[in-house]
Design a protein around this ligand. Sequence first.
Ligand SMILES: C[S@@+](CC[C@H](N)C(=O)[O-])C[C@H]1O[C@@H](n2cnc3c(N)ncnc32)[C@H](O)[C@@H]1O
Length: 245
Amino acid sequence: MFHLRVAVASALVCLGMIGSARPAEQKAGTPSGLSREQSLPSRYPYVIEDALRHCKPSKGFWVDLGAGKGQVAIPLIEATGNAVVMLDPNAEALSEGLQAAREKGLEDRLSAVVGVAEKMPFPDGSVDLVISRGSIFFWENPAEGLREVARVLRPGGKAYIGGGAGSGFPKWAADELIKGRQARAHGEDAEKWQRFVELRRPEQMQKWAETAGMKDFTVMGKGAVSAEDPRVGQGVWLLYEKKER
Ligand SMILES: C[S@@+](CC[C@H](N)C(=O)[O-])C[C@H]1O[C@@H](n2cnc3c(N)ncnc32)[C@H](O)[C@@H]1O
């Protein structure tokens, strides 16, 4: 059944669904200076470590929601051997992810579907793990996206959704990241940076989850300019488990 689902997802890409969704809209809201953060160590290994520790996911149908180029999906496959389906409105980014997987010999484990969190093309109760890094802040309707996450997860399935550097991210690098963001909140692109920080407040994540009708969730992390929560380090994350009802 699982392989069938993955095959269906792959087929959607092959059948030209790629390119049919609207492109990412994040560019307009992205504050300048974000690229300077690229010089810091990669956050993905630490995020994946945290996700696996917090979710302890069952093997099965895993979705990287807002996957972009598969920056989370590919190392997640490498770390666990489990297949991953990427979902993102940006067909070009997904294609790059599929190509990167091919170059690593992981093409049998990575599939892609063009779509949005708010309307996922998966049946009710079919997904074992939803992982989503750095994406919810760009969704048109985050609460609706979370409602969809709850719908597609099977009872016992988990979701780990948010953004941040991971609890194992070196302290010097987290300090530098935060210092840069605090400074930029008063710089030339101050308004966008303030919005960037606002969207990543734990209270905001809590509100989206409550609006989505989620019950069994925990919000971890203190946001974009704090690394004080040892469970996740810098950032903010929603951990959700769908309970049997
Ligand atoms: C900053 S990138 C993060 C990419 C990747 N997850 C990572 O951690 O590097 C945000 C991604 O969210 C995607 N996105 C934007 N709106 C979305 C939506 N409504 N549903 C799902 N993904 C969306 C964008 O296309 C983009 O690839």
